[in-house]
Design a protein around this ligand. Structure first.
Ligand SMILES: [Zn+2]
Length: 218
């Protein structure tokens, strides 16, 4: 399957964009929520046997309160609006693949991180979107309490509903701290989830996609 120069250029732009976004700190906290969370986290520290008044912990409730708001900021984002904001008419019917998108999320059962990579492909049907938007859609659903299976299908549905493509494929590989630090303590296990729709339900297209995501170019 040929990837045009234009698409290659877009992939480079998306990577640069992602790099930039990784360093841009999102600092929008609601004071009232921060202060209520701080009260609760101070109480949690006491219940866990700590002294929230000792020097090292004085600012901890505030840090957790802000960090948790950041880690769940996906609730206030709209994936459909993000994809629609950069939707272009384009007669491409080749597979567009964005590989190795960083994923950081929190498991909803233990509120512990799970993290890894997402690989997303779609086959346009007249409409494409900016590749950096695909990466942002991952964050919309990852930055909230999640299970990996739902994260995978929510990303697929957002792309399917917005771009009306011929097919969408989403694969996520992630390590779960709730498995690594507690529970079964399996340090090296990686959970893979996948969702395929449309053209990707055909064996041929799906294996083309699988071949592309498992190929290492570097
Ligand atoms: Zn868990």
């Amino acid at each position: 399957m040929q990837v045009s120069k234009r698409v290659t250029r877009e992939i480079i732009n998306a990577l640069l964009n992602q790099l930039f976004m990784a360093y841009k700190k999102v600092e929008s906290y609601k004071d009232e929520i921060t202060s209520d969370l701080m009260d609760h986290y101070r109480e949690c520290l006491t219940l866990l046997g700590e002294d929230p008044h000792r020097e090292g912990l004085l600012k901890t409730p505030e840090r957790i309160a802000k960090s948790m708001q950041f880690l769940t900021h996906g609730y206030s984002m709209d994936a459909h609006a993000i994809l629609n904001s950069a939707k272009f008419h384009e007669e491409i019917s080749e597979m567009i693949l964005v590989k190795d998108i960083e994923v950081y999320s929190l498991c909803e059962h233990h509120v512990l991180p799970f993290f890894g990579k997402a690989h997303i492909a779609y086959i346009p049907n007249g409409w494409i979107t900016g590749l950096s938007k695909i990466a942002r859609v991952v964050d919309v659903y990852a930055r909230r309490l999640q299970v990996q299976e739902r994260l995978t299908t929510e990303i697929l549905h957002a792309i399917k509903e917005t771009l009306n493509p011929l097919g969408v494929a989403v694969v996520i590989e992630a390590s779960h701290l709730c498995m690594m630090m507690r529970g079964v303590q399996k340090q090296n296990s990686v959970t893979t989830t996948s969702a395929f729709w449309g053209e990707f339900e055909k064996n041929e297209t799906r294996s083309e996609f699988t071949k592309l995501i498992s190929a290492r170019l570097h």
